[in-house]
Design a binder for this molecule. Structure first.
Ligand code: CAP
Ligand code: MG
Length: 430
C-alpha cells in the first residue's frame, strides 16, 4: 500500500493544497483519516492495485504534510498534474468527491483549497468586478442599495413592475434604491412570465431613471435547469438592454455558471446562493462558504451573496462573513488558522462584490458596513416592503441609513431629521 503522510514534506508553489477537517468514527485515528482522504481523492482506493506502478506513485502521489491533532486538521498537497486545469467539476470531483461518502467518517469539512497560479489563470474570473459595475452605473464609493421584490412569488408582472418603480424612486421620487432584484424562486410563472415581467419592469426603470436622474439596476433571474432556455432569457435581456442577469448558482451547478460566463455575453452576473446551506452548514459533512466563494470568483460571477455579518436572519456571524468578503475582494489573503483558511493569491483576477442580504433592515446597515466595508450591496426585501410607509418609504429609509453611514452620523441622530429612516428604526430597531 502507498503511504501519503510525510510531515517533512514541503509543498511546492505549483501544488494544490486542501485543508480537511475530518471527524473519524470511534477507533479511527486522524492519521488513518488522512491516509484514506489522500488516497481516495487522488490515485488510491481501498486496497492495493496491480495496476499501480512506481512512476504513478512518484509523480502523482499527494502528500499529507501537516496534521493538527488539536483541531483535527489535515493538510494535503496535490501535484497539479492530477487535475485538468480549467475544469472545476473535475477538480471538485477529486478533492471534494467520494471523500464525503466514506463510512469511517462521522463528519468531514473541506475548509479551504489553495489554488496555484496555473489553476487560477485557467478560469475567467469576473468580467466586470466592482470597478466595472460602479462605472457602468455611475455609483461612486458607497454601498449599493437594493431590494428583492416581495412577496417572493405571487405578484403578477404588472404589480412586480409597480413595486420595482416604487423601490427605485422612493417616497419623494429622489431617494430610491439602486437595485431591484427578482427573488431566487421567481422564474417564469403562469401569472408572471419572464418575458412580460422584464418588459414591464424595464419600462418602469426607464421612467425611474428619467425622474431621478440616476442609473438603476434590474437583476433579472434567468435560472433554468435547461441551459438553452436560460440562454433564450439571456438573449431577451440583451435585446432590451438589461445589463444584469441573476443566476441561482448552486441549483444551476458549476457547469452552467462556468459555461454562461464563457459565452461572454457581457452581462454582469449576480450570483444568488440558494441551497448553499445544504453544502456549507456544520456540523456533519460540508464545504466552507469561503471555498464556495473562491470557486464562484474563479467561475466568473460579479456579485455573490455572502451573509450579513450576523445582522440578519441567515446563519453566520461577523467573522464568518468577513472571511468570505476578504476571499472575494482582495488580491492576496493570508492563511487564518482560527477561521481555517489557507490564504490565496488571485494573480490579478478581478474582485467580486459581496451582497449582504437576508433579514436586513435599515438599522442594521451600520453594523453591516462596519464589518463588510463600502464595496457591497445592502439588500433587503422585508426590510423595504414591510415599512409602515410601504415600499416607497422603505426604499427611502434604506437610502437614508446608507447616507448616515457615509456622513458618519450616528443612525439614531440622523433619523431625527429623516422621517422614513425614523419609522424604520421604530419598527425594527438598530
Ligand atoms: C432576502 C432574500 C434572499 C436571502 C438569501 C430571501 O429577503 O430574498 O434570498 O438574502 O440569503 O429570500 O430571504 P429578506 P443569503 O430581505 O426579506 O430577508 O443572502 O444569505 O444567501
Ligand atoms: Mg430571496
Amino acid at each position: 500500500m502507498l503511504h501519503y503522510i510525510d510531515l517533512k514534506y514541503k509543498p511546492k508553489k505549483t501544488e494544490l493544497i486542501v485543508l480537511y477537517k475530518p471527524k473519524p468514527k470511534r477507533g479511527k485515528t486522524l492519521e488513518y483519516a488522512a491516509e484514506q482522504l489522500a488516497a481516495e481523492s487522488s490515485i488510491g482506493t481501498w486496497t492495493d492495485l496491480s495496476t499501480m506502478n512506481k512512476k504513478i506513485a512518484q509523480t502523482l502521489k499527494p502528500h499529507v504534510f501537516k496534521l493538527d491533532k488539536k483541531r483535527s486538521l489535515v493538510y494535503i498537497a496535490y501535484p497539479i498534474k492530477l487535475f485538468e486545469i480549467g475544469n472545476m467539476s473535475g477538480i471538485l470531483s477529486s478533492v471534494c468527491g467520494n471523500v464525503f461518502g466514506m463510512k469511517f467518517l462521522d463528519g468531514l469539512r473541506v475548509c479551504d483549497i489553495k489554488f496555484p497560479k496555473e489553476v487560477i489563470k485557467s478560469f475567467p474570473g469576473p468580467k466586470h468586478g466592482i470597478d466595472g459595475i460602479r462605472k457602468m452605473f455611475k455609483i461612486k464609493k458607497r454601498p449599493f442599495t437594493g431590494t428583492i421584490i416581495k412577496p417572493k412569488v405571487g405578484l403578477n408582472s404588472k404589480q412586480h413592475a409597480k413595486v420595482a418603480y416604487d423601490a427605485w424612486t422612493g417616497i419623494d421620487k429622489r431617494k430610491g434604491l439602486d437595485i431591484v432584484k427578482d427573488d431566487e424562486n421567481l422564474t417564469s410563472l403562469t401569472f408572471n412570465t419572464f418575458e412580460k415581467r422584464v418588459h414591464l419592469t424595464l419600462k418602469a426603470r426607464k421612467i425611474a431613471e428619467k425622474i431621478t436622474g440616476q442609473r438603476k439596476m434590474y437583476l433579472a433571474n434567468i435560472t433554468h435547469s435547461n441551459f438553452d432556455e436560460m440562454m433564450k432569457r439571456d438573449a431577451l435581456l440583451r435585446k432590451v438592454g438589461n445589463e444584469v442577469t441573476m443566476l441561482d448558482v448552486i441549483t444551476l451547478g458549476f457547469n452552467a455558471v462556468h459555461t454562461y460566463r464563457l459565452r461572454n455575453t457581457g452581462q454582469i452576473i449576480h450570483a444568488h446562493r440558494a441551497m448553499h446551506g445544504a453544502i456549507t452548514r456544520e456540523p456533519g459533512f460540508s464545504m466552507s462558504m469561503v471555498l464556495l466563494a473562491k470557486v464562484y470568483r474563479m467561475l466568473g460571477v460579479d456579485l455573490l451573496h455572502t451573509g450579513t455579518a450576523g445582522a440578519g436572519k441567515m446563519e453566520g456571524g461577523a467573522e464568518d462573513t468577513m472571511i468570505v468578503v476578504e476571499a472575494l475582494n482582495k488580491q492576496k489573503t493570508p492563511a487564518n488558522l482560527k477561521m481555517e483558511t489557507l490564504g490565496q493569491d488571485w494573480y490579478g483576477m478581478k474582485p467580486v462584490v459581496s451582497v449582504a442580504s437576508g433579514g436586513l433592515y435599515p438599522g442594521a446597515i451600520p453594523t453591516v458596513v462596519k464589518h463588510m466595508g463600502y464595496d457591497i450591496v445592502c439588500q433587503m426585501g422585508g426590510g423595504c416592503h414591510g415599512h409602515p410607509d410601504a415600499t416607497k418609504g422603505g426604499a427611502t429609509g434604506i437610502v437614508e441609513a446608507v447616507e448616515s453611514v457615509m456622513k458618519k452620523v450616528p443612525i439614531r441622530t440622523y433619523a431625527k431629521k429623516h422621517d422614513m429612516l425614523n419609522k424604520a428604526l421604530k419598527k425594527w430597531g438598530v
